[in-house]
Design a binder for this molecule. Structure first.
Ligand SMILES: Cc1cc2nc3c(=O)[nH]c(=O)nc-3n(C[C@H](O)[C@H](O)[C@H](O)COP(=O)(O)OP(=O)(O)OC[C@H]3O[C@@H](n4cnc5c(N)ncnc54)[C@H](O)[C@@H]3O)c2cc1C
Length: 599
């Protein structure tokens, strides 16, 4: 059965015992007040709100979906009311800049709270989730007037916002984009074109929607260098005290009928001479949009984490109650007609796999969210740059690796439920459907892999990557000499060697084979994802070992340590396998020429 428990203990562990976030906040202006208690209270409040208001709408929203009705999009029953309560409770303002009415919470706290909302109702959470990306883009690139006009309303949740990139003929390749922006002579532009797959493109949850639209100016060069960014509100913000007034020539032509995330309005949008204003400089739209794309890629990792947590809770609850056959070593519950399936080794393997991936995802996301806070607020420029570079390097790994592993975790929830997982009543098949999109939007896994290898590693001469590997290697060397840590240190050192060698091989191959990166990319990304997660698990194991050595009897630490061992024994070996597959490079692909695929 679908269920969700807010993992407050593990969240607190990662935030405070692993990352020491509160100490970091003490040195970041504006974040000093975010101490352990405040963060715990915020997370607990988000759990209460999400479990009360959002979770009960999750399955019903999936069944009902969104529809075009009376010239606009209608969200599932209860969604609009839940959104009003969400705004009244101040949740949209949590991560917002205080200059625009926000509460200025650290990015890592925002990530933790988003994890909870996505876990309880991903379709609904797509609405405020998309607005967050648009908010960040306007904050970074909007003019002072644009910021004053839109940010307070987005931050308060009064209005929502979207990102309009994709068109029917262009998704991964935005260079093909056709939407036009014609100067109107008064500083504004008329935007005309068709956009597709726009999350929250239209709905009845807020009186106005601020669209950030990519379009081409009349004299723009072809390709991605000729794309500009525009802010295009659904209603022109004139009239009574800036409230939504004049319709702005746009319509949702359809809501996509999708595999999952049916509560989210994924719209085909038509802009017909809609009034828009340039954000940033002409032809720099894609670069500016990348602020939003990067934040959203981290956000996709948060989605996978939240839904993964729901999948794990659901499977765990079911495995404790479902009775089938006796445990291999003899009856564990002789009072019952059979033992709970959690007694079977293979079921425990599945549950541990879920637990390990979910906890790894939490560590990776919170660590990088804290890097966002450092990037924004560290006093030292060197620290800010280091945080920005680490984020840039690992964002494609978060997006690509965690969205794939989230899908594994969700799929296991079905397997633990057996045939009961395949029927809709138990709610776990919805997680699989909802989570599948995470591997597609914000750039597919192949797009992430290409970004990782070409832009983040090869174009940088491997500097950032080598630095990361050196850090892991130093950790591994120290760990090898520590009580209880040797097994982690040895495996990490071996994995570093393997992946660093592989990186060199791919770099070499890329010099004379145009397709070398494409052939190895996804497997390389997966291998690196495993290495980074294993490193984080080893750090968590070290904390747990120290607490146990200090006499703690909290079973949480024993559980963390056992999960770390499980990761190294059962999951990290996949890294070697991916590296081997990546090494086969083009040879394994070009053995079958394209025309033979049709035979
Ligand atoms: C539920 C949902 C919500 C969405 N929300 C939004 C939104 O709010 N705003 C928005 O603008 N868009 C949105 N999208 C669109 C999404 O970003 C695109 O679907 C995505 O970028 C992929 O583009 P595409 O679908 O056109 O696939 P294509 O680009 O046609 O790709 C098809 C396949 O080809 C592969 N491929 C393409 N190029 C390469 C290459 N160079 N190397 C290797 N492989 C390649 C891809 O990896 C993929 O497997 C949403 C999509 C979904 C499903």
């Amino acid at each position: 059965m679908f269920c969700y428990d807010t993992p407050v203990r593990d969240m607190q562990f990662v935030l405070h015992e692993l990352l020491d976030a509160s100490t970091a906040f003490d040195a970041l202006p504006g974040l000093e007040g975010w101490d352990e208690d405040t963060i715990r209270q915020t997370i607990e409040a988000s759990g209460r709100f999400a479990c009360r208001e959002l979770l009960p709408l999750n399955a019903a929203g999936d069944r009902e979906g969104c529809r075009v009705e009376g010239g606009g999009v209608k969200s599932p029953a209860g969604f609009a009311q839940a959104y009003r309560r969400f705004a009244e409770a101040g949740w949209p303002a949590l991560g917002g800049d205080p200059r625009y009415g926000g509460q200025g919470a650290p990015a890592v706290v925002y990530s933790a709270v988003s994890e909870v909302f996505y876990g309880c109702n991903p379709g609904w959470t797509m609405f405020p989730g998309t607005a967050r990306g648009a908010y960040q883009c306007l904050l970074a690139h909007g003019s002072p007037e644009q910021k004053d006009a839109y940010l307070p309303r987005i931050v308060s949740g009064e209005w929502t916002a979207t990102m309009c990139l994709t068109e029917p003929h262009c998704g991964s390749d935005l260079g093909l984009l056709r939407t036009r922006a014609q100067p109107a002579g008064d500083g504004s532009y008329r935007i005309t074109g068709a956009k597709m797959f726009i999350s929250g493109g239209d709905h009845d949850m807020a009186p106005n929607i601020v669209h950030l639209v990519l379009a081409r100016l009349p004299d723009a060069p072809a390709g991605v260098g000729g794309i500009s960014l525009f802010v295009v509100p659904k209603f022109l913000p004139e009239g009574d005290a800036g409230l939504a007034a004049t319709p702005n020539g746009m319509a949702a032509m359809a809501v996509e009928h999708k595999m999952g995330l049916r509560g989210s309005a994924t719209c085909a949008m038509n802009f017909d001479a809609s009034v828009g204003w340039l954000v940033g400089r002409p032809n720099e739209g894609l670069r500016n949009m990348f602020v939003m794309i990067n934040a959203s890629r981290l956000g996709v990792g948060v989605q996978a984490l939240g839904m993964g947590q729901a999948a794990y809770c659901s499977a765990l609850g079911y495995a404790r109650e479902r009775l089938q056959m006796r445990a291999a070593g003899g009856a564990k519950r002789p009072d019952l007609p059979a033992d709970p399936i959690i007694e079977h080794a293979d079921v425990r393997r599945m549950l541990l796999t879920q637990k390990a991936y979910v906890e790894a995802a939490r560590m990776l996301i919170y660590w990088l969210s804290l890097a966002l806070d450092m990037q924004a607020g560290a006093a030292d420029a060197g620290q800010r740059d280091a945080a920005a570079e680490r984020l840039a390097l690992l964002t494609p790994v978060v997006k690509g690796f965690l969205s794939e592993k989230g899908a594994v975790v969700a799929d296991i929830a079905i397997q633990v439920h057996g045939g009961h997982g395949y029927v809709s009543d138990n709610g776990v098949e919805q997680i699989v459907r909802d989570l599948r999109a995470a591997q597609l939007y914000e750039g597919t896994t192949a797009v992430q892999a290409r970004d990782l290898i070409v832009r983040k590693i090869l174009n940088d001469g491997g500097r950032q990557f080598d630095q990361l590997i050196a850090e892991i290697r130093t950790f591994a060397e120290t760990a090898q000499a520590e009580d209880g840590m040797g097994i982690f240190g040895t495996a990490l050192a071996r994995c570093c060697d393997d992946i660093q060698r592989l990186t060199g091989e791919i770099g070499q191959a890329a010099r004379h084979e145009a397709d070398a990166v494409g052939a190895a990319g996804c497997d390389f990304l997966r291998a690196l994802g495993h290495l980074v997660c294993a490193w984080l698990f080893a750090q968590a194991a070290r904390v747990a070992l120290r607490r146990i050595a200090q006499g703690s009897s909290d079973p949480f630490y024993a559980s963390k340590l056992a999960t770390a061992h499980f990761y190294f024994a059962r999951l990290l070996p996949e890294a070697r396998c991916h590296a081997e597959v990546a090494r086969t490079g083009l040879a394994s692909l070009s053995g079958l020429p394209q025309e033979l695929l049709f035979v």
